[in-house]
Ligand binder design. Structure first.
Ligand code: PLP
Length: 404
């Protein structure tokens, strides 16, 4: 249990000055009103001695095995003394061990993995391979999707405000409503290179795709020759209770992408593909100087060992049920619904979520928004149940304040 949270309202009233040099950071979002110097599990320590609870608002969902898990830190230390970097062209036992462990957790048809440095890069890899395999250049994605901010991944990201300034350099994507099988079947044609879907949408609002919709996506891809990509950057790594959120549907895509917490807090992306897509990669057709760095692979191997060894996937399922149940039991008139799977949870409000998030942050609880009306929780799977209970109590108070 973490101690000494912010007193209500203090984060907004007394925002400390930015650390020297931070004013040089080019950001698309304003900086948070606190400065963090240390973290452990779900707790962050600010430079002025306060503690905050990371419910995803600080790490953006990366701290799946908690911040600074001792096993990850030890693996990084040991690897740093041996070998920091060689490129993916140079085999190393560390990368081999990470890939072997990753493939133990992936569906058997996933034959090869390209390691990158971020989720958006993993998606670029999947979409490039689909284009190479099909010779086609159009994508189909879901309304509400978020796949990243580079080129193909941004093209497949639904929110027009994210895409509009960069439209001139983006390939064509058709957006189809989630769970509307008829619309999906119309959108996917013999010009479609790939259908890319989040099995549980994150940024656009926490929305699990129905198993029937995922099955229909598989079928329409098989019928048209399009490739199916599951973006599990946010929903994967055990967050929803299984290693992949798509696992319970039984649907196996042609490519699955991962990122966020896969390397315990180091920058990572992974694009796992079937033999068919692997064969589409021409010699020299894709690469990354840092992708698959031994340091990141050592952290990744440790993080996967923690995930499995500490039983964090069933824990995510248990704690997620408890969190969703407790949020629903608040029975607050401002709450339209509670959605999610495992510890990927959205609280859908009848009002804009920003004031509720600000009140929560003032009390030391750092959550995220999703879509236009949701408060989103992506806590470490290692979070204490008592911290989730305290979160729910704080949400109750914040909703009370918003209700006026
Ligand atoms: N895909 C999904 C589903 C995401 O949630 C994100 C980031 O939030 C990305 C891709 C992009 O990942 P990154 O920010 O590591 O590039």
């Amino acid at each position: 249990m973490s101690a000494g949270r912010l007193t209500p309202g203090s984060a907004r009233e007394a925002a400390p000055a930015l650390p020297v040099g931070e004013e040089r950071s080019l950001r698309a979002f304003p900086p948070k009103p606190f400065t963090v110097e240390r973290a452990e599990n779900a707790t962050l320590w600010t430079t002025d001695g306060r503690t905050l609870l990371d419910l995803g608002g600080a790490s953006q969902g990366v701290a799946v095995v908690g911040h600074n898990h001792p096993a990850v830190v030890a693996a990084v230390r040991a690897q740093a003394q041996r070998l920091l970097h060689v490129a993916q062209t140079v085999p190393t036992p560390t990368r081999g061990a990470f890939l072997a462990q990753l493939h133990d957790l992936l569906p058997a048809p996933m034959a090869r993995t390209f390691l990158a440095n971020s989720g958006t890069e993993a998606n670029e890899c999947a979409l490039k391979l689909a284009a190479a395999a099909t010779g086609r250049g159009r994508f189909v994605a879901a309304v509400g999707s978020f796949h990243g901010r580079t080129t193909a991944s941004l093209a497949a990201t639904h929110r027009p405000a994210f895409r509009a300034p960069f439209a001139a350099i983006l390939p064509q994507t058709d957006f189809t409503p989630l769970d509307d099988i008829g619309a999906l079947q119309t959108a996917v044609t013999r010009d479609t290179a790939a259908v890319i879907l989040e099995p549980v949408q994150g940024e656009g609002g926490i929305r699990p795709a129905s198993p029937g919709f995922l099955r229909a996506a598989r079928e329409v891809c098989d019928d048209t020759g399009a490739r199916l990509v599951f973006d599990e950057v946010q929903s994967g790594m055990g967050r929803t209770g299984t290693f992949l959120a798509s696992a319970p549907s039984g649907v196996v895509p042609d490519a699955v992408t991962l990122g966020k917490g896969l390397a315990g807090g180091l920058p990572v992306g992974a694009c796992a593909v079937t033999d068919d897509l692997a064969a589409a990669l021409p010699p020299g057709g894709h690469g990354s100087t840092y992708g698959g760095s031994p340091l990141v692979c050592a952290a990744g191997e440790a993080a996967l060992s923690v995930l499995v060894g500490e039983g964090l996937m069933p824990r995510a399922e248990r704690l997620g049920e408890r969190l969703r149940g407790a949020l629903s039991s608040l029975g607050h008139p401002l709450v339209r619904g509670v959605r999610g799977a495992g510890l990927m949870v959205g609280l859908d409000l009848r009002v804009r979520p920003a004031p509720v998030l600000a009140t929560l942050a003032g009390q030391g609880f750092l959550a995220l928004t999703a879509g236009t009306t949701e408060v989103r929780f992506l806590p470490p799977l290692t979070i204490e149940a008592a911290d989730l209970d305290a979160t729910v109590a704080a949400v109750g108070e914040a909703l009370g304040a918003a209700h006026g």
